[in-house]
Each structure stands twice: as C-alpha cells, then as structure tokens.
Design a protein around this ligand. Sequence first.
Ligand SMILES: Cc1ncc(COP(=O)(O)O)c(C=O)c1O
Length: 360
Amino acid sequence: MIKRDHGGNVGEISRIHGIDEDKIVDFSANINPLGYPPGLRDAVIKEFDSVLNYPDIDSFDLISGLSKYHGIDQNSILVGNGSTEFMYWIPVVFKPKKALIVTPAFSEYEKGLAISGTKVSYFQAEEENDFTVDIDRLCKCLREGFDIVYFCNPANPTGILTPKNDLCRVVACADEIGALAVIDEAFIDFVEEESVKEEIFRFPNLIVLRSMTKFFGIPGLRVGYVMASAPCIKKIREYKPPWTVNSLAQKAAVSALVDGDYIRETRQYISSERKFLKNALNEIPGLSAFGSAANFSLVFMGDGIGLNSTGLRDRLAQEGILIRDCSNFQGLGDRYFRVAVKRHEQNMLLIEKLKAVIRL
Ligand SMILES: Cc1ncc(COP(=O)(O)O)c(C=O)c1O
C-alpha cells in the first residue's frame, strides 16, 4: 500500500515491487516530459563551487530574472523552497481565522492552515458541471464570511482553467469582505496569458503562488515564488527563514528563465501530446478523460471496470506505471485518477498497459 497523498513516489514503488527506479514510468507527478532546459545542467555545474558560500540571502539574480520574465517589480516577488513553503507561511503571517478552499485541491493548503489553527471550509466544484467553478455561487459563499480563499488555476487535479476575468471577480469579492485571495498558479505557465499576476497592482489582497518545479522540470531543486503587492511581500519576508533557496537552485532557475526556445517548445509539445493522450484514453471502454489546460489529465472510470482508482493504481504499479489515484482529493470519490502528459512513447505505453488491465 502507498501511504502518501502526493504523486512522484518512485523510490517507494521501486522498493515495494522490486522494480529498478529507471524502469518505472511516473505519470503521477506532473513534470515537464522534455526534462529541464538544455543549458541548466552546465549552468549548475559551472557554479558548483558556490556551495562553499551561503546562498545569496536576497536571491538577487533570481528575483531580477523573474522581474524581467514577468514584467513585475522586484519588490513584489519573493522566492522560496518551492511554492509549498508559502502555503505554510501565509497562514502564519496573516493569521486567518476562517479559510475557504475551492476543491478538489492540493492538500498542502489545508495542512498549512491546520498548523495555524485556521478553520477550513470547502467550496466544491461540481462534478455535474465537469468541475467548472460556479463563480456566482463561490462569491455568494465567500460573503458568508471568510478571511482567506484558496483557488488553484488551472485546477489540480481537474485541469480546468477559470478565465482570468472570472477569477478577478473572486479576488474583488474577497477584497470587498476584507479577505485575502491566494491564487495558486503552479500550472499557469502553459497558459501564461491567463495569469492574474498583473492584478497584484489593483488588488492589495491578492497573493499569487508560482512554482518552477513543474514547467521547468526541477522538482528536486525546489524553487517557487510568490507575487503580491510590495507591503504584502514585505510582511511575508519578515517571517520567512533565510537561505531557503540554495545556491544551485538559484543558478538553475536563472538560467531556465532565459531559454525562450525551451519554453515555446514545451508549450507546443504539451498541447499536441495532451490532445493525443485525451483521445487515446477516451477510446478505452469505461474511461473518460477531461479536457485540461495543464500538463495532466483527470480520468473518470465508468461502470464495469471491476477496480476502483486505488485498485487500478496498485495494479499498474506492479507493471512499473505510476498513476495518481485521486480518491483522497476532497469530493472526488474512488473513480478518478490523474495522469501526467509525458513523451509520446511513454503515453503510448500507458495506453497499452491500461488496455491490458481494463478489459471490458
Ligand atoms: C497545485 C499545486 N500547487 C503547488 C504545488 C507545489 O509546487 P512546488 O514544487 O513549487 O512546491 C503542487 C505540487 O504538486 C501542486 O500540485
């Protein structure tokens, strides 16, 4: 049995099933299938001896790079050890009493809030609306009285993109009632034009979380950041421990941001391979894959498969294929799983293995 509530447990599966790690194909974590940008390894190796010093405490080069990349002032950006770090600091800094999380959602929002003793409520995106969030209903719910709302866009694990204008209505509604709006854009790089990053100048209550681990393929290096109004960033900085982004991660991230070819190629590859994967999944009797704006797809298992999502995950794990069982996501039940969009040959292997396991 796999215990953790995240994907990407390659080492654990290797130990349980006695399969070499390099024989395992991991569809459970949504990492760029093209790997990290081609120049990143050399950039890190060249600077390896920087480990002899403490990392730049201000992450000056990285913040400058991000500022250029996004066209956002440097004093509106703060970098951390993955965006997850901020999910733990935001409740500590702002001490919200009541939080609303738009679900299904990443489990770390709730864990960070729990440590600070925040009472958590959920706003469930409805299955019958294919998990599109009803913005009017959400705003109505918010007005019942919350101090903070968490919204992931595109959503994980559904892949649903809420248009920027609709999201701005949520931020405005939170602003009216004096609540913070935390918008997690861990997967927005695939649809950057839908980012609400520029709205930080309009809404002092808006906190945008960004991750470099997925799109740039560096989950092991841990780089994320937050964009918000300068006073909000200043407040978070007061609490944050020093040096949480190590020297090599800073170098790697700086080099990744300037590789325009890799960024374009990633968007094109994901867009075409996502189409292929969705169609191929939908051709398997009993499965229906959702449309997605990100590099993964949510899949529903219909009647007659004879396995629930946990059973399917365990069965595929024996074959060295990892999928994300979604049964521990709020409101999803045990008939959903999520798969990352990987390289074409890997996606074909997934389809082949699924066909062998699911014989309707
Ligand atoms: C929606 C979402 N936000 C944030 C994260 C964490 O990203 P990071 O690696 O930057 O901490 C994840 C990781 O899976 C995620 O799924």
